[in-house]
Design a binder for this molecule. Structure first.
Ligand code: PHE
Length: 452
């Protein structure tokens, strides 16, 4: 009979039918790339940390959290799609691998150790397989709060926050911010808790602080790009704020940067929902929070073309990056960011796999066999998971190339193109064929599909 518990780095959890986390995913937990010396994710983390010298760092929080921490404590609705087993790795009904660093917000506010904090950590999401998605990635979360009780009618909370805004460094980039701070439908004020003046001040502090992060990063990125390419951007940095929605902030924004011809989303943020602070036992505190993905920023900072490279143990990757000796921020030393020199790209080997979904009364697609836990609808992420289990990082991407519904039977057929490519060597045709054969077999076994 299957094991009743699982032990992850010395902590034991009961198992149930919700368990959908493969061993290969759990095997990533000990890597802690954001703390590995000279690793580009660790360098990126430290460059951003240098902008928040007084924020308390939390860099070793355990990745297994409760559903309450990851979703409920943050106000996610009971039917929020992020909770679906197609998107989230469950250990059991009440326990998940955190899908974002926000899972630690409530506990960190409750500990109330400092007015500002930064959390850097590995996070886990079932997702597509391509060059910018990996089921494990790294985020940094930051927050800053002010205690109302420190202020009086003579110096209001809003005035005090504006004084802190004035004390922040200035920058000279061109920021587009066309929307009002508060919009009654799209980006509402938490009327029961904040005055519009307070939110204007918090938003100004939040936006200036994060613009400074982006200036720091992109100054390095542009300098590194210019070092290798004479024509590279001497153009001024363009940055814009767009309205956003998160269950745990209001109002909320995303910050986008114009990079190599496209607007790139770099972070999400907003005014922290007061209910989170109230539930955390610090009702008198008000403030902001942000979250960003370290891979996305490191990829553009170091010009790294494929997210799998971060997991490489190949010296040709790792030896390219060096932290300065001693603390960069303390000695005033500049981070020496070098563009990644690609070791020659080995050839890609595409293979297609076509299959019929299990027939079902539902037009949306087949039903997964009950062996994998609760029966549920076919989801593309299930294909992605099987690919990762069979081939790991031997696959660069997986794309749906054809979709067909049989006119008589109504059965649906899908064809995926699996692009095999190693980052480290050339695969032989036999190796690729063997992997693909194994994949075909596992798709029928795990998903109950019928190969064509
Ligand atoms: N947790 C959010 C995400 O993963 C980012 C975020 C953090 C947004 C904090 C607002 C405040 O997308």
């Amino acid at each position: 009979s299957p094991p009743k518990t699982i032990t992850i780095e010395g902590r034991t959890y009961p198992l149930d039918s919700h368990m959908n986390t493969p061993p290969a995913i759990l095997a990533n937990i000990p890597r802690r790339l954001h703390l590995q010396k000279d690793h580009p994710l660790s360098i990126t983390r430290q460059i951003i940390e240098s902008r928040f010298p007084d924020h308390k760092r939390h860099n070793a929080l355990f990745p297994v959290v409760s559903v309450h921490q990851n979703f409920d404590s943050l106000g996610f609705a009971p039917d929020h799609p992020g909770r679906a087993p197609s998107d989230t790795y469950y250990i059991n009904k009440d326990t998940v691998l955190r899908t974002h660093t926000s899972a630690h917000e409530a506990d960190t506010f409750r500990a109330n150790e400092s007015a500002g904090y930064l959390i850097s950590a590995d996070v886990y999401r079932r997702d597509a397989v391509d060059r910018s998605h990996y089921p494990v990635f790294h985020q940094m979360e930051g927050a800053q709060t002010w205690d109302r009780r420190n202020f009086s009618p003579y110096v209001s909370l809003a005035d005090a926050i504006w004084a802190d805004v004035e004390a922040l460094p200035k920058h000279d980039i061109d920021v587009e911010d066309p929307n009002p701070t508060i919009h009654p439908e799209r980006n509402p004020l938490q009327r029961a808790h904040h005055s519009p003046e307070e939110v204007e001040a918090i938003a100004a502090h939040l936006k200036r602080s994060l613009e400074l992060v982006v200036v720091e990063i992109f100054t390095h990125a542009q300098r590194a790009a210019a070092g290798t390419d004479e024509t590279a951007s001497r153009e001024p940095l363009r940055v814009r704020w767009v309205e956003a929605f998160f269950p745990f902030t209001s109002p909320s924004w995303e910050l986008e940067v114009f990079w190599q011809g496209d607007w790139l989303e770099v972070l999400g943020c907003g005014v922290t929902k007061q209910d989170i602070l109230i539930d955390a036992g610090v009702p008198e505190r008000v403030g902001w929070a942000f979250g960003l993905g370290l891979e996305r920023i490191a990829m553009l900072l170091f010009d790294i073309p494929d997210i799998r490279l971060f997991w490489s143990k190949d010296a040709r990757f790792l030896s390219q990056f060096k932290e300065p000796d001693g603390k960069g921020e303390e000695s005033g030393m500049m981070w020496d960011v070098k563009r990644f020199q690609s070791f020659s790209k080995y050839p890609a080997a595409p293979r297609d796999v076509a299959f019929w979904l299990p027939s079902t009364t539902s037009p949306a697609g087949g039903q997964l066999p009950a062996t994998s836990g609760v029966p549920r609808q076919f989801h593309e992420n299930d294909v992605m998971e099987v690919v990762r289990e069979v081939a790991g990082s031997a696959v660069e991407d997986v794309r749906l190339v054809d979709e067909f519904v049989h006119p008589k039977t109504g059965r649906k057929s899908l064809c995926y193109r699996v692009n095999y490519r190693s980052l480290e060597r050339t695969f032989t045709a036999e190796e690729v064929n063997a992997l693909h054969e194994k994949l075909r077999k596992r798709l029928t076994e795990d998903l109950g599909v019928e190969l064509r």
